[in-house]
Design a protein around this ligand. Structure first.
Ligand code: FPP
Ligand code: MG
Length: 421
């Protein structure tokens, strides 16, 4: 889409415009929807919005409105926010990439398709600031203060680099732009990589790695990992919460999970249940919690339904946005399976690609309707405290932010989606 069609200056209020990360892609992943399938703008007044107490985390972000700027923002979620600390977070993530690229002990392990962790780190560093996948953090967790935004940004890098599911090599999804370079989060491990993973897991737990040697000492990367763990703990001590603890534990759960074989999914529900773990949803929920130092437990029954709906939304939007890329990789023989709702709808219902995308989008709209109904129901649920409402708020921001990321990243639409000057 050309800059003439888009009115980028309308994406935020004039005073906030200078704080918007450069938006350089506009990817309309469902260009041929039937005209009657339109997301209705979605309003929900969160009860905490009317409380007199000021929410300090709301100062870390400001509203953005991609529809006003002409973007194909395919959701009714209007609650989208933009984080103010993105530059500090991207710089901190870049420092981590530099440390990974330079670390000899972590790079003794070769990834099965060639390269090592340094390859991943260098590829991220080579991308212009606004085109890095760490932008996920900025878009998905807008209420985080600077320190928490930095933690979540490096958390995204860890989740991607130490992706447990891909250790089974079920998926190898290269980027659209460069098929010769290994993808960031779809690699398969050898024994060496397992040692690296063990060192990482032990450090994140604050334990002494079993293979550490007194003589070799600690590398700058390992020192940084230890610092990150200490920052998470300090956040918890200051706030009396366990958000940093959950952030680490849910990350390690992701890193160590063995992905079950996807098999054949006979229904969207069966598929979305499978995808919950595959999309790192527990970690996303924990990062939401850390972003506002929330004391709520992630496994409380009262928020179980809204959390599940948010996870489904993340998966559906990702699957719609990344389907073309994933299909292309599969057809070129670079992946063994397509883990994607559009594909499930194609095969289980015999639909064409466009109809399967439309059907997936209908499921997204139904999901959004159900979220609204659940939010209204929660107003009558006596178990809901202000802290629960703050958590619901960040879950909705997560879903809106993921939709924005999917549309504005280079990852899915590639060069064809670059906004022409
Ligand atoms: C991965 O999808 C991305 C998501 C499901 C969106 C939100 C998740 C994160 C930011 C956590 C990091 C993600 C993972 C799963 C490592 P995908 O596995 O279909 O990859 P894609 O980007 O190629 O679509
Ligand atoms: Mg995908």
């Amino acid at each position: 889409m050309s800059a003439r069609t888009l009115q980028l200056e309308k994406i935020a209020a004039p005073e906030d415009l200078e704080h918007v990360i450069p938006v350089v892609f506009s990817w309309n992943y469902i260009p041929r929807l039937p005209p009657f399938l339109v997301a209705q703008d979605w309003y929900f007044e969160n009860p905490i919005a009317n409380r007199s107490a000021h929410d300090p985390f709301s100062d870390n972000c400001f509203p953005i409105d991609p529809k006003a700027a002409g973007f194909p923002y395919h959701t009714g979620l209007t609650c989208l926010r933009h984080n103010r600390h993105w530059k500090a977070a991207l710089d901190y993530a870049a420092e981590l990439c530099e440390l990974v690229a330079a670390d000899k002990s972590y790079n003794s392990a070769k990834l099965s398709r060639g390269g090592n962790l340094a390859t991943i780190a260098q590829r991220e560093l080579a991308a212009p600031l606004g085109e890095r996948f760490v932008t996920f953090a900025i878009n998905l967790f807008p209420k985080a203060d600077e320190e928490r935004m930095k933690l979540i940004a490096v958390g995204i890098l860890f989740v991607v680099m130490f992706d447990g599911g891909s250790f089974l090599a079920l998926r190898v999804v290269p980027d659209l732009a460069d098929v010769s370079t290994p993808d960031s989060w779809e690699e398969a491990p050898g024994e060496d990589l397992k040692n690296v993973q063990d060192d990482f897991v032990a450090r994140m737990r604050g334990e002494k790695p079993s293979n550490s040697s007194e003589t070799e000492g600690t590398t700058p990367l390992q020192t940084r990992i230890d610092e990150i763990v200490a920052m998470c703990r300090a956040c918890d001590e200051r706030t009396g919460t366990d958000a940093g603890h959950d952030f680490i534990e849910r990350m390690l759960e992701w890193v160590m999970h063995a992905q079950p074989e996807p098999g054949v999914f006979t229904s969207p529900r069966e598929y979305l249940d499978y995808r919950w773990m595959d999309a790192a949803d527990w970690w996303l929920a924990a990062a939401c919690k850390l972003s506002i130092a929330s004391p709520v437990s992630l496994t409380e029954p009262v928020t179980a339904k809204i959390l599940r709906l948010a996870g489904d939304h993340i998966s559906i939007v990702n699957d719609l946005g990344s389907f073309d890329k994933e299909l292309r990789s599969f057809e070129a023989g670079r992946t063994f399976v397509i883990i994607n709702l559009v594909q499930v709808l194609r095969t289980s219902c015999g639909l064409s690609i466009d109809d399967a995308k439309a059907a997936a989008f209908v499921l997204q709209l139904l999901n959004e309707q159900e979220m609204l109904t659940e939010c209204e129901r929660l107003k009558t649920d006596e178990r809901m405290t202000d802290e629960h409402w703050h958590f619901v708020d960040v879950l909705l921001l997560l879903c809106a932010g993921n939709t924005f990321y999917t549309m504005t990243t280079s990852r899915y639409g590639g060069e064809a989606a670059r906004i022409k000057k």
